[in-house]
Design a protein around this ligand. Structure first.
Ligand SMILES: [Fe+2]
Ligand SMILES: [Fe+2]
Length: 197
């Protein structure tokens, strides 16, 4: 299903209104332990929490390097480890959602098909943003190994803008995805969708 321009990731603010009906019935502060600790939900939210943590750590080392509180060597090592952890895990997470998780919801909740297509489209947009991050990140890494600290700091300032854009898209996607799928699990349970075991 074609995603409306204003519903695209980066353009919308939270889930589109039409997709919020179940969220209104099951708002975040009502999500009970039984749902959050469910087999599939607990694992899935654990992955989301990992992405949020990696993203905070990357943000952290960028700020520390910009404040000259981190050596170039330490920054480059931590940056490449964190970014490779992020990209590897995000790639497999999205592949599992697109090919295994979303189809399970797709078959059982026809009224949310637009929402599932929206989330799948988000993955594409996130991966476009990742291309920019990787391009700028590689430049940063090769520069860091060869140039003066001042030059790296200059480029890190530019890199941060690209990294922040990616971050905003990722976090907004994670929130919207949870806001669409957790209320459905609240309403029907994991087993109804063939999740968990
Ligand atoms: Fe996703
Ligand atoms: Fe996800």
């Amino acid at each position: 299903m074609k995603i409306k321009k204003y519903d695209q990731l980066g353009k919308r603010d939270g889930l589109p209104k039409d997709l919020q009906k179940l969220l209104e019935k099951y708002p975040r502060d009502s999500w009970g332990e039984d749902v959050l600790n469910g087999n599939w939900v607990a694992f899935w939210l654990g992955r989301h929490s990992l992405f949020r943590k990696i993203s905070t750590s990357i943000h952290d080392i960028i700020e520390r390097k910009l404040d000259s509180k981190l050596s170039t060597e330490s920054f480059l090592r931590q940056y490449s480890q964190l970014m490779s952890l992020m990209l590897k895990n995000l790639d497999s997470h999205h592949a599992v959602e697109d090919n295994y998780i979303f189809p399970k919801f797709y078959n059982k909740s026809k009224q949310f098909i637009y929402g599932l297509d929206l989330l799948e489209n988000d993955h594409l947009l996130i991966h476009h943003s990742i291309d920019n991050v990787v391009h700028a990140g590689n430049k940063l890494l090769s520069l860091g190994l060869t140039s003066e600290n001042g030059n790296l700091i200059d480029n890190l300032g530019k890199y941060k803008v690209i990294n922040d854009k990616f971050d905003t898209l990722l976090k907004s996607h994670l929130n919207d995805e949870e806001d669409l799928l957790i209320p459905l699990v609240n309403m029907y349970g994991e087993e109804y969708f063939g999740l968990g075991h």
